[in-house]
Design a protein around this ligand. Structure first.
Ligand SMILES: C[S@@+](CC[C@H](N)C(=O)[O-])C[C@H]1O[C@@H](n2cnc3c(N)ncnc32)[C@H](O)[C@@H]1O
Length: 243
């Protein structure tokens, strides 16, 4: 099976949106891990209304994590799948949360403009045909000194973690995919993780795109070594004349 990208991936998420949302709702650990990554953004506390973009917001689990971690932030959730986004938008949200239907590769056409104080992307980058291009777009979109947090399945590089991922796929993920009639999407999940960057390689990818202060942080539980929070900063602009 080939990896799914772009329109084919959006269609697969359109079809799978209902069962995806039900499975996520039944999994408190999924939300707890997202909230941990959202808190790691560590935007300055206080009442400042930070602008935050949730890239690939899906049915809104990552948006909810951001809304909980950043109670004053204005949050824009964006997704390429109309089906996923419909589920997100149908939930109850405070006025400071809004949603946009667009691919991460075409934000300008959708009217999504920076600067944002932070961009969050959970389980997105592994799905992109050109992750470097989207990292460069995000670099332009965040304010100088602004933050990016990527929450992603990216294996540590240790054989044991690859073996755990393989076992979880064989024992849980693929059977769930078959049971919910979304086998293609869940086979894509298995393969996209197996073929994606290791965690250190994705950290390097962020640095190459122009981010600094890159931190690769593990998540607790069975996902240790499998899922990471990647934190990075757009370097602040130097005052004119500074060397
Ligand atoms: C696995 S879901 C994660 C959703 C959400 N962030 C969460 O944590 O539950 C990945 C989402 O990324 C979206 N996506 C994939 N490629 C995209 C792209 N190029 N632009 C925008 N969204 C994309 C999919 O439509 C899907 O809703």
């Amino acid at each position: 099976m080939t990896l799914l990208h772009d329109a084919a991936l959006a269609e697969a998420f359109d079809r799978g949106a209902g069962s995806y949302d039900r499975l996520v709702t039944l999994n408190p650990g999924y939300h707890a891990q997202l909230r941990r990554s959202a808190r790691r953004l560590a935007l300055a506390a206080g009442t400042a209304a930070h602008r935050v973009l949730d890239l690939g917001c899906g049915t809104g689990a990552s948006t909810a994590a951001l809304a909980a971690a950043l109670p004053h932030a204005k949050i824009v959730g964006l997704d390429a799948s109309a089906g996923m986004l419909r589920r997100a938008a149908a939930k109850a949200w405070p006025d400071r949360v809004s949603f946009v239907h667009a691919p991460a590769e075409d934000l300008g056409t959708a009217g999504v403009r920076g600067p944002f104080d932070a961009v969050f992307a959970a389980y997105l980058f592994r799905n992109l045909a050109d992750p470097d291009a989207v990292l460069r777009t995000v670099l332009e979109l965040v304010a100088p000194g602004g933050r990016l947090a990527v929450h992603e399945y990216a294996l540590s590089g240790r054989r044991v973690d690859r073996a755990v991922w393989s076992a979880v796929c064989g024992g849980v993920i693929l059977p769930l995919g078959a049971a919910t009639g979304n086998g293609g999407l869940y086979r894509h999940l298995r393969r996209s993780v197996a073929e994606f960057d290791t965690a250190p390689a994705f950290g390097d990818r962020m640095r190459r795109a122009g981010f600094d202060r890159v931190d690769v942080l593990p998540l607790p539980g069975w996902q240790t070594g499998i899922t990471h929070t990647f934190l990075a900063r757009r370097p602040p602009e130097r005052p004119t004349g500074a060397r």
